[in-house]
Design a binder for this molecule. Structure first.
Ligand SMILES: NC(=O)c1ccc[n+]([C@@H]2O[C@H](COP(=O)([O-])OP(=O)(O)OC[C@H]3O[C@@H](n4cnc5c(N)ncnc54)[C@H](O)[C@@H]3O)[C@@H](O)[C@H]2O)c1
Length: 260
């Protein structure tokens, strides 16, 4: 997919790996100067170097999206940005427990990154965007923010928060030329989800097979498929799209898939 992003400055949080890396690669391949903001300094530097050597200048910045100080420093270093992709996110690893057993530490850690992080990063970047006369913000939510899942209460609540925060930002900022939308990925194949869930050798685990039987396309998404949706939302052509939640989930949230 080709869109014209020449001269645009883009910030991608959590861009060192996974979906964020694919987004950073796609933005760079279409002409944007990309700043990756990630808590993992080494991986961010590796990714930025790889992008710089293939498609264009990419800069790695180390920072935690839930830290006011870190994001103020990022905004200062980047200067006015045209594009912000709030992608950084975490979930519990394998341990799925009901709400009354859910760890308070995990709740705070996950909501701080997945929801507070979107607020704190946007709050830092928006003033520069307004100075620039407008821009695009894409928040990465999840299918879990649209249709709740069991045993992941913090993630589900945070990602649902991102959905309504996106719409609220769209209402506040649209008139000032900043369009705000979200992408809600379904289950997406990354190194992380392979190690945790899908299996490393290409043959799916029993759990994965069970989940995939509820997804009309019968497979997980690729990181490139998520990046393409982001690319559409930051492209000049999507100039009337504001406050949309674009699901990229193979039909997972389209309806109930069991026959009666
Ligand atoms: N992979 C999926 O199946 C899936 C499905 C739905 C939604 N999502 C969402 O997509 C986004 C990316 O997911 P992914 O699977 O690529 O994750 P990932 O774990 O592969 O990568 C996340 C990146 O974010 C960085 N990060 C984590 N905490 C951070 C913080 N506090 N500050 C800055 N950087 C931080 C990590 O270092 C890492 O580089 C997340 O918001 C996730 O919730 C993923």
């Amino acid at each position: 997919m080709r869109v014209e992003l020449g001269g645009k400055v883009a910030v991608v949080t959590g861009g060192a790996r996974g979906i964020g890396r694919a987004i950073a690669e796609a933005l760079s391949a279409n002409g944007a100067r990309v700043f990756i903001v990630d808590i993992d300094a080494d991986e961010a530097a590796r990714t930025a170097a790889k992008i710089t050597s293939s498609t264009g200048e990419c800069v790695a910045l180390t920072g935690d999206v839930s830290s006011l100080e870190d994001m103020a420093e990022v905004a200062e270093t980047v200067g006015p940005a045209d594009i912000l992709v709030n992608n950084a996110g975490i979930n519990t690893r394998g341990d799925r427990v009901p709400i009354h057993e859910y760890s308070v530490d995990d709740w705070r850690r996950i909501t701080q990154v997945d929801l507070d992080g979107v607020f704190i990063t946007s709050r830092a970047i928006i003033p520069g965007m307004l100075e620039r006369g407008g821009g695009r913000i894409v928040n990465i939510s999840s299918v879990a923010g649209i249709v709740p899942l069991r045993l992941q209460s913090a993630f589900v609540a945070a990602k649902a928060g991102v959905v309504n925060l996106t719409k609220s930002m769209a209402l506040e900022l649209g008139a000032q030329g900043i369009l705000v939308n979200a992408v809600a990925p379904g289950s997406t194949l990354t190194d992380g989800t392979k190690a945790l869930f899908y299996g490393e050798d290409g043959a799916y685990t029993e759990n994965a097979e069970s989940l995939l039987s509820h997804i009309p396309l019968g497979r997980p998404g690729t990181v490139e498929e998520i990046a393409h949706a982001v690319l559409f939302l930051v492209a000049p052509e999507s100039s009337y799209v504001n406050g949309a939640i674009v699901t990229v989930d193979g039909g997972w949230t389209a309806g109930y898939t069991r026959d009666w």
